[in-house]
Design a protein around this ligand. Structure first.
Ligand code: DQA
Length: 146
């Protein structure tokens, strides 16, 4: 059976393409999903792409990723990155590898974006490459986790 990678997207990422394009680019989340599905096909990985504006939903999906035997979780937690100890705990609670993704590089932005709670539990972080951050994270999963 094809290994599945969960790609979880948090608050406001449904507006990608329209939202602050100077920072986040003009690519929509649907376009990123399509790009990941194409690359995943080449790498032998299925993509389960999701977005929610609710913190608890991200936690439920992380638990589900483990229960369903996902190969990895890529997560762009949006602003919850900088606030959510609950997401950090969820990442620590599951054995499934968690990879942190950001379009922008939060560490080069306002100081309130410099802390990443989920980053404390992430196996790797890809940030600052726009939509390519997701592709790089997926390639990392294919190269790293047997
Ligand atoms: C983001 C960076 C976060 O600081 C911000 O709150 C987002 C998007 C990114 O992908 O660059 O919503 O995670």
């Amino acid at each position: 059976m094809t290994d599945t990678v969960y790609v979880l997207n948090g608050p406001n990422l449904n507006l990608l393409g329209l939202r602050e394009p100077a920072i986040y680019g003009s690519t929509t989340l649907d376009e990123i999903a399509g790009m990941l599905e194409d690359r995943g096909r080449e790498l032998g990985l299925a993509i389960d792409m999701r977005q929610t504006n609710y913190e608890g939903m991200l936690i439920d999906w992380m638990h589900e990723a483990q229960a369903e035997g996902a190969k990895a979780v890529l997560i762009n937690a949006g602003a919850y990155t900088h606030t959510s100890i609950a997401l950090l705990d969820a990442a620590r609670a599951i054995a499934t590898p968690v990879i942190e993704v950001h379009l922008s590089n939060p560490k080069e932005r306002e100081s309130f974006r410099h802390t990443s709670y989920i980053g404390e539990a992430a196996a790797a972080t890809f940030e600052g490459h726009g939509a390519d951050s997701y592709r790089l994270a997926l390639e990392h999963v294919a190269a790293t986790f047997a």
